[in-house]
Design a protein around this ligand. Sequence first.
Ligand code: SF4
Ligand code: SF4
Length: 80
Amino acid sequence: MRQGKVTINRERCKACYLCAESCPFKVLEPDTAMNSSGVYPVKFAKAEKCTACASCYRMCPDTVLTVYELEAGDAERGEK
Ligand code: SF4
Ligand code: SF4
């Protein structure tokens, strides 16, 4: 199965969670720490389940997310 990685610009996230709702594998969850705007940004919580489908990226109205497709072996080398 293809393995993905999502990075999040925490300061730009508005915590609408449209991305989390769109994820077929429920990878994204609200963070437990606030950003400087006083909201709980989304967090890449279940990394091992991400397939780099980019559904979350397409849903975000503010391009807060970046999706990467990992090469075989990246996770084992600690590069995810
Ligand atoms: S890329 Fe796909 S699987 Fe990964 S967090 Fe986004 S919606 Fe979920
Ligand atoms: S859709 Fe964008 S703004 Fe909304 S929670 Fe996700 S990353 Fe944050």
